[in-house]
Structures are given as C-alpha cells and as structure tokens.
Design a protein around this ligand. Structure first.
Ligand code: BG6
Length: 513
C-alpha cells in the first residue's frame, strides 16, 4: 500500500504550529545509559527537526566531576553512536551543544540544589529560558523520593507567575501497589498532578500511537471491534537478548514488573478502550483507566488460572552460546525471578465479555518482536469445509509494533486452480514502503510532549495505581509459592511448555512469529 501524497511537513522545514516555550531541562542521572542512549539523541533530533525553542538548554546533573565542555564532548559521542539520524550534522550539533551545561552535584546534598538554582537563574538570564523548567528523573528509583523532596524544599518545584515547572519520572513507578501509592503521595506533596509526567516509552512509539488513529480515524474497524467478532487478543513483546548486564536490577524486577505492569498494560488499554470524547489528556486517560478498572481482578489463590512464569536456561542466541539467567552477573544462582510470563486478562464489560487478552513477554527468545494480534471468530457457517487447508486459518489483524512496523490482515483466499482450495494470504501495510523512512524514536515524541505540556501519552496517577492493583496479587502469589522447576526454557526457544499448555487449555495456540 503506497501513500503517494504523503509529505512530512517537518522535512519541508516547517515548524509545527505548537513549538515549546523557551525552557531548561535538568536531567538527574545524566551520566547514565538512558541519557546517552535515548534522551540526548532524542533532543538532538528534535533540534534537527527545528522543534525546539530558541534558547533551549539542558543541565546534566550527576556526581562525576566534569566541565560543561567535557559534558558536550561526551554527549557528542553519545549522539554519534546512538542517534537515529547519522552522521551528526556539524552545524546543527554546534548550535544544540551551546545549550548543554553540566552540574557536578550529589543529589543527597542540599547545597547541590542551591547550585542548581543559581545555574537555572543564569540560564534564564543569559539564554532567555523564561523560568520554564523540566526536571527529568533518569536515576535509579531509589533516588526519586529524595530528589523530589529536595526540589520541594529548595523551592524549585512550583510553577509560578514567571514560568512553569514539570517533572518527568521514568519507570519503574513503584514495585507494587503499596510502594506506587507511597511514591504518588510523596510526589503530590511537592508537585501538582498536572506537573507530573510519568513516562512509558512504549506509548511514544509511532506504531503504538497509530492504534488510536487506526481505530478512531477509520470507520470500518470499530463496528467489528468487540466480542461479536473477536475471539481473543494476543499481545506479545518478545526480546532476543538476555538481561545484558542488568542482572542486579532484573533480580528485583522480573518480567511482570519490567514489561507487563507498564508497557503491555498500556498496549492493552489502547486496544480495549472506548473512543474518548476528545483527543486530550483528560478524555484519553479517563478511558484508559476505565479499561483497567473493568479487568477482572485475579485472586491470589487463583493466579495459576491466569498466569504462567518461566526462566531461561543456557541455550543459543543469534548463533552464539548463551548463559542461563542464573549465571548472569548480579543474579542469584538459585534465583526464582521470572524472565518470561503470560498473563490472561478478562475485561468485564459489554464490548469484551469472554474475550481473553493474553499478554506474553520474555527475554532470550528467538526473535525481537512486539505485536498485537486480534484474532477474529470463524465464519458462522463453514461452506467450504472440503476446500480449506485444515483447519481453516483464522482471520488475524496484526498490529506490528516493532520491528518491521506495520499492519497486516490475514484472510483465506481461493488458490488459482480449477479445484476449489483455500489458503491464507496477507494484506500488508508497511511503514517503510509507504513513508520511505523509519518512524521517529519514542523519546522524541514524549520529550516534545513534555516540553509542550501535553500529558495525553503519560500515565496518570490513577492509571499507575490501578495497574499495580491488578498485577500485585500475581507477584504476591509467586513470592509465596515455589517457582516451577527453573530454568524451564532454553535461551533461544519460544516458551516454556507450561505456556503452551496454558493457552491450549483454552483451545487456542500462540501465533508463530
Ligand atoms: C524497558 C525494559 O522498559 O523496555 C527493558 O526495562 C526492555 O528490559 C525494554 O528491554 C524494551 O524496550 P524496547 O523499546 O526495546 O522494546
């Protein structure tokens, strides 16, 4: 499918109607991976697209001693390595880099915040940042509360007559319902909810935002988007790497906290929500939280009927021998942390009654692929019983989030032959073929929205707490009961046999990806 008339207004050098107001972004944890892999490359690309305001500045805040110049140099290397557009354009970089500053400071020390206040004031004066600021928490979650409290006591948290203040908080937002509530309470002591932007990078992915457009800008899908036509939905986020040196973090997380409580529940909400009355932060987030609230709660004693867990053992990844999870650095040799999970959720409302949503995610699987597969019910009467490949393949609408971004519809078709025979074929939309480019990075869109003050794609307090309320019983039950014989799948294979049996019990099977 070609979009022959498509033209990206940004490529014509036009600015979007809305450009952020001059402001300064303070990145706490600027020596970490997120800053160099994602945040700075995303900001640079926004600058390249002329989407940043003049006088835009960044302050890197971290413990290491470094000059502004050394920070700029480090960030240049990061952009050279990780930017989606390369090689780096020298002139664009120079002008962007003039706005990069560095503050060597300890987030625990009160004096760090007076130094920060002074630097912010200097930038307001010298670069015209107009007292608008965004604090970005790219630090381990254990540091969140302290930074938030200290920003509050240093008087840096209020939006005032002179400018606005926002805070962007990375996941994980809490580690269960109780800790998420506590963190929300702390945040609300210092920031108003409309200043708080809880980021989930999945929602910033172009293909994920396209779910809104696909469903609500087209008239033909909504009439069949319900229990009358849909048999079930499979949402998969498969990763073909192990924990990649993040063993210590992952031990405390596991795939339920790392992927399912946040990214995958977000995807579910976008597929299952009702059409919002407007495309704005309140209306969209009201509908998303309504979906979560209608999901049938899982009782701790009933977890085995709704969830399965797995952990990878040694095997092969990308043609190389791979260690089992328990041998990864920072992992206990008898760890019971899950690196794979399936959760089946039922949404108790008129649209979705009896349509299971299967969420599955795992590390060390054969392929990196994220997709949402909507599987339709068979035709009510099997007219071509004899002609079909047996059994007739179901109609599936697959929203491919990554890689090979696109959408495909599988349907049965007649094989060209005098004999009537039916085979499945695909109708395919691919981003690359239609638009001639890769979609932009999720962080570009989300950072831009944060600067514009648009929180539509960010998680609201009630969403986060409702998501944890759903997921916490699974975590508690798994903590109490002993794990199945771990490891129970080999690195580089699709799933533990328990996961296959789990879906087969419902008379269904996993899609081959
Ligand atoms: C992060 C998780 O939130 O998402 C990682 O902490 C995971 O463990 C990553 O690998 C996946 O993101 P993406 O965009 O590569 O699919």
């Amino acid at each position: 499918m070609e979009a022959s008339t498509f033209e990206n207004p940004l490529r014509r050098g036009l600015r979007l109607e809305r450009t952020p107001e001059p402001c300064t972004v303070v990145i706490f944890g600027s020596s970490g991976d997120l800053t160099k892999r994602k945040l700075i490359p995303a900001l640079y690309n926004l600058a390249l697209e002329r989407l940043l305001p003049s006088g835009f500045s960044v302050i890197g805040f971290a413990r290491t001693e470094m000059s502004h110049e050394a920070f700029r140099q480090k960030m240049r290397e990061a952009v050279d390595t990780f930017s989606r557009t390369r090689p780096v354009q020298a002139a664009a970089w120079e002008s962007f880099a003039q706005g990069l500053y560095y503050l060597p400071a300890d987030f625990r020390a009160p004096e760090s915040y007076s130094k920060l206040r002074d630097l912010l004031a200097a930038l307001d004066r010298d670069r015209g940042a107009c007292c608008n600021r965004v604090f970005y928490l790219a630090v381990p979650p254990s540091a969140y509360m302290e930074i938030i409290r200290r920003l509050g006591s240093a008087g840096l948290a209020q939006s005032g007559a002179h400018g606005w203040t926002r805070i962007i908080i990375e996941k994980p937002f809490g580690r269960d319902l109780e800790t998420a509530r506590e963190l929300n309470r702390e945040v609300s002591q210092v920031f108003r909810e409309d200043q708080v932007y809880r980021i989930d990078h999945y929602v910033g992915k172009e293909t994920v935002q396209n779910i809104f457009v696909f469903r609500f800008a087209n008239g033909i899908f909504e009439p069949i988007w319900n229990r009358g036509y849909i048999d079930h939905v499979q949402i998969t986020a498969a990763e073909n790497l192990g924990v990649e040196g993040r063993g210590a973090y992952y031990e405390e997380a596991g795939v339920i906290r790392d992927m399912i409580q946040n990214h995958m529940l977000q995807l579910l909400c976008l597929v299952a929500m009702e059409a919002p009355s407007a495309f704005d932060a309140d209306a969209v987030r009201d509908e998303k939280v309504k979906v979560l609230r209608t999901i049938r709660p899982i009782a701790p004693d009933d977890v085995d009927r709704y969830a399965v867990r797995g952990q990878y053992g040694k095997g092969w990844l990308a043609g190389e021998p791979a260690l089992g999870y328990r041998l990864e650095k920072g992992v206990k040799p008898d760890s019971t942390t899950e690196t794979y999970a399936v959760v089946k959720l039922l949404i108790d409302n008129w649209r979705w009654a009896d349509v299971p949503f299967y969420l599955r995610s795992g590390k060390a699987l054969p392929k990196r692929v994220t997709e949402i597969a909507i599987q339709f019910k068979p035709a009510p009467h099997r007219l071509f019983r004899q002609a079909a490949s047996d059994p007739l393949e179901p109609n599936v609408l697959a929203l491919r989030i990554q890689p090979d971004e696109g959408i495909s519809l599988t349907f049965g078709t007649k094989l060209p032959s005098p004999i009537l025979r039916i085979r499945p074929v695909n109708m395919d939309f691919r981003y690359w073929t239609s638009f001639g480019s890769e979609p932009p990075e999720a962080y570009e869109r989300l950072l831009l929205d944060g600067l514009l003050g648009d929180s539509t794609l960010f998680a609201r307090r009630d969403w986060v707490e409702t998501a944890w309320a759903l997921i916490t019983p699974i975590l508690e039950a798994w903590k109490r009961t002993s794990a199945p014989e771990f490891p129970n799948y080999e690195a580089g294979t699709w799933s533990p046999k328990q996961a296959d049996e789990f879906i087969e019990k419902d008379g269904r099977r996993w899609r081959r990806l």
